[in-house]
Design a protein around this ligand. Structure first.
Ligand code: LMR
Length: 339
């Protein structure tokens, strides 16, 4: 009995300590497009980390999101999950959110490029930006809606027009590209994929995605053939998933997973963890394109430093030169839409 009581006291003390730490570190994540494949899987992964995410708001234009939120709320992890639907509840879902994930919009079916989605998704992006400007201009905004190269500028320029744009807070999340390349490298070289990292910069489309194989960790030597093979593999990965799903949409599972880990990194940085480096497509004029995916140091309040591209091989430099006019065109498309 004495041992039982001692354990009970110890257990309550630990729970109390946990509770008090968590209560000071409550983080709300609002997932927009939460009834879709990416949004619902992302919400599940967030739910499994109650030490980092304490409040999940799931928003979707479809009312069934309420059922998805209820389903998720039955998982025996602490924290709250709520569903929000339609335009009317969007404001409520966004109010006070620390991180807003925008995965809403239409996604590719066969024989489409990411650019084909622009017209539909640009209007949606503009609307989200207006509501975010009003309800949560201090939140970190993570965008994965395609075409990322143009949707991020539409969002940022709309916020800029409204006087609320903060370039350290809006990121086009490209972590899927980093995850894919580390998986492909590991499989080519017989390594553990979790122990391989490789930055991917430029943009998130066929010819703008530039993996920096020369900056791989651990350092790895690639032949010319291997380099070309890896570039092609990562660049067409999204198209291959679309083709293999034969009309049933684009990548969702790996996208949700990569997005969740990006958010966990953001939250760890928010809590003061040092040296959190990620890549993302952000407002950046280093290449005169206004936007570019680059290496970023994350901190307590978003991006604290743009780490640039680092030293490039001549092959990577050539691919950056090829990407620049395409990103310029993608940003210009966004700016013309805004005008
Ligand atoms: C991907 O890279 O898989 C996503 O951008 C989805 C797509 O449309 O390719």
């Amino acid at each position: 009995n004495k041992v039982f009581t001692r354990n009970l006291v110890r257990y309550s003390y630990i729970s109390l300590k946990r509770f008090s730490t968590t209560s000071k570190r409550n983080h709300s994540v609002c997932v927009i497009g939460a009834d879709g494949g990416i949004g619902s899987m992302l919400s599940l992964l967030l739910k499994l980390k109650p030490d980092l995410v304490t409040d999940i708001r799931m928003h979707d234009i479809r009312e069934s999101v309420n059922g998805v939120a209820m389903d998720l709320s039955h998982i025996n992890r602490s924290g709250t999950v709520r569903g929000y639907t339609g335009r009317s509840q969007l404001k409520k879902a966004l109010k006070g959110a620390d991180i807003v994930v925008i995965s809403g919009g239409i996604s590719k079916v066969a024989v489409m490029t990411r650019e084909n989605l622009f017209i539909e998704n640009a209007s949606i992006m503009e609307e989200f930006a207006r509501v975010c400007a009003e309800m949560c201009s201090e939140a970190l905004i993570d965008i994965v809606t395609n075409p990322v190269n143009s949707c991020v500028p539409v969002f940022c320029e709309t916020m800029r027009k409204l006087g609320t744009f903060n370039p350290t807070k809006v990121i086009g999340v490209t972590t899927l590209d980093l995850m894919r390349i580390s998986t492909f490298i590991a499989s080519m070289k017989g390594l553990d994929p979790r122990k391989v990292t490789c930055p991917v910069v430029g943009g998130h489309s066929l010819l703008t995605m530039v993996p920096l194989l020369s900056q791989c960790n651990p350092p790895i030597n690639f032949s010319e053939d291997e380099t070309v093979e890896l570039f092609n593999k990562v660049r067409i990965a999204g198209e291959e998933v679309v083709r293999a799903k034969a009309g049933n949409g684009a990548a969702q599972i790996a996208m949700a997973y990569s997005l969740a880990y990006f958010i966990f990194d953001q939250l760890k940085a928010k809590r003061g963890k040092a040296d959190v480096v990620q890549c993302g497509y952000v407002a950046n004029n280093a290449h005169k394109t206004k936007y570019f995916a680059t290496k970023l140091l994350l901190g307590t309040d978003g991006i604290i430093k743009d780490l640039g591209l680092g030293k490039l091989s001549s092959f990577e430099q050539e691919k950056i030169y090829e990407a620049i006019p395409i990103i310029l065109r993608d940003v210009d498309t966004a700016e013309r839409f805004i005008r």
